[in-house]
Design a protein around this ligand. Structure first.
Ligand code: MN
Length: 491
């Protein structure tokens, strides 16, 4: 399912106290609001007005229906009038979908001449939304609260971002990850409890033999390869004479895609240590698959592979770019302090500032043929880097705000795609904070997702979230992590 196939159910609260006329007005306004919000063009998914709930039974029923409806990615509640929250208690306890309490109001302004007690009784969201907020707080139900006028673009944009997080959650729960080979020998941060991760995030992480992939590669026909190489020539600059190496990557791309699609997998990992029977480490092939929306992680890093796929699903239709990244090296010159991110080969071309070049160069490790890869510079602009680490008993998501720049050096002998950025609050403090929090060298870099979207996703999935931003200090972060560690042990 893609972004536009998901819908969000608008459930409006009221009660019988006000009489049928008020309830009819509430219902027709709720339908009108859903229609206008859909027509705004700001929301990535459709809002469907479902019910003006007046009884516990109506609330129980809509929650049960939402829980079992695949296309429903979440519910949005709003109290046009006062809706006593004990009515909501049983229903909300059973809710298994993301939940946004949208505290808004039908009218924007208080009408000076018209306002009387009838107006007050009909338009009492300020009152009703407080009663509704209490019950979720009392029940400790994870939810997003958005307050503001429903036609305000900023408010709709916040609602749209939350919808994207919820679509990420729906995608995550169904995600299958294909592993070729285990993680790189002795590396700790790429490890994790796959059963625990499946329980929390839904990811089904399983392994397939490299030998099977080799059979698929060898079975790719020359005509399939010709067609894909033609596509490469149309999309990228062919900066190599070694067409044989490029053709081999095309075969790898076709073969990996076939295996992923046959198994319904949207992410994969591999390792240069386990390429038995393959002629090249997939470089161009992995880059191309990421460009098509599949997640990827190098050195057996299935966590970053899956997170890349989730964030790509969350940001579908945005055009900033999201891909697998690795912190490689620093420029520590005073006043020009930057991180240089890259990978051995596998950097997603959605991050590229300009048309990527296909180049072929030797690879110092792995002992295989010279692999073709796409080489480019990353875009300038605001972005985040995201890492998911297994803390033993729980998952921690670390998100850092970064500012990408056009690389300040040409680096003509660097044979891989590269992105240069300044971490918040500054390179050294930002790296100190990242290291204190245990963030990995592998990350997902996204120009489209932001900390709000990822925090909402983490809340939906019930995992720890740490945000390193312009205001973070190592002292404040250490305190935060200490308290969170205690809290998560008690949870
Ligand atoms: Mn790596």
């Amino acid at each position: 399912m893609s972004m536009k196939d998901y819908e969000f159910w608008f459930v409006v609260g009221s009660q019988f106290l006000y009489g049928p006329e008020v309830l009819d007005t509430v219902a027709s306004r709720a339908a009108e609001m859903a229609e206008k919000m859909n027509a705004s063009g700001v929301l990535p998914c459709k809002i469907v007005y479902k019910v003006t709930a007046k009884t516990p039974e109506e609330i129980d029923n809509i929650v049960k229906e939402a829980n079992f409806c695949d296309s429903c990615a979440g519910i949005i509640t709003w109290m046009h009038t006062f809706s006593p929250s004990k009515m909501w208690l049983n229903g909300l306890k059973n809710l298994q979908k993301p939940y946004c309490h949208f505290a808004t109001q039908y009218n924007r302004d208080i009408p000076n001449e018209e306002i009387d007690m009838d107006f007050m009784n009909l338009n009492q969201a300020a009152h009703g939304d407080r009663e509704h907020g209490f019950i979720a707080a009392r029940l400790r139900i994870p939810r997003k609260v958005i307050m503001g006028y429903w036609q305000d673009e900023k408010v709709l944009s916040n609602l749209g971002k939350w919808m994207r997080s919820a679509v990420g959650a729906a995608f995550s729960k169904k995600l299958k990850v294909m592993r070729f080979g285990d993680n790189m020998r002795n590396v700790a941060v790429t490890e994790g409890d796959k059963v625990g991760v499946q329980e929390k995030l839904g990811w089904q992480v399983n392994t397939w033999p490299v030998g099977t992939l080799v059979e698929y590669i060898n079975a790719v026909s020359e005509s399939e390869t010709d067609a894909l190489v033609d596509e490469y020539i149309s999309k990228y600059e062919m900066a190599t004479d070694n067409i044989a190496a490029v053709r081999y990557q095309a075969k790898e791309e076709i073969a990996i895609k076939k295996m992923l699609d046959e198994q319904g997998c949207k992410a994969f990992s591999n390792t240069f240590e386990d390429l038995y029977g393959m002629e090249q480490l997939p470089g161009l092939a992995s880059q191309r698959l990421m460009e098509q929306g599949y997640g990827y992680g190098g050195e057996g890093d299935w966590k970053v592979a899956a997170m890349t796929a989730v964030i790509k699903a969350m940001t579908e239709g945005m055009n900033g770019g999201t891909g697998f990244m690795e912190d490689y090296t620093y420029n520590l010159a005073p006043g020009a302090e930057y991180s240089l991110g890259a990978h051995m080969l596998e950097v997603c071309p959605t991050l590229a500032a300009d048309k990527p070049r296909i180049e072929v160069h030797p690879l110092g490790i792995g002992g295989k043929g010279d692999p073709a890869r796409l080489v480019f510079e990353g875009k300038a602009g605001k972005a985040v880097v995201v890492s998911l680490v297994d803390m033993g008993g729980r998952l921690r998501m670390i998100c850092q705000d970064i500012e990408c720049v056009k690389p300040i050096l040409d680096m003509p002998n660097l044979p891989v795609a590269r992105v240069m950025w300044k971490a918040m609050p500054d390179l050294c403090t930002g790296a100190e904070c990242w290291i204190i929090a245990g963030g990995a060298h592998h990350t997902v870099l996204s120009y489209d997702a932001d900390a709000d979207m990822l925090r909402d996703f983490a809340r939906m999935m019930d995992i720890e979230f740490v945000h390193i931003n312009k205001d973070t200090t190592p002292e404040s972060l250490e305190n935060e992590l200490f308290l969170k560690d205690l809290a998560w042990k008690l949870k």
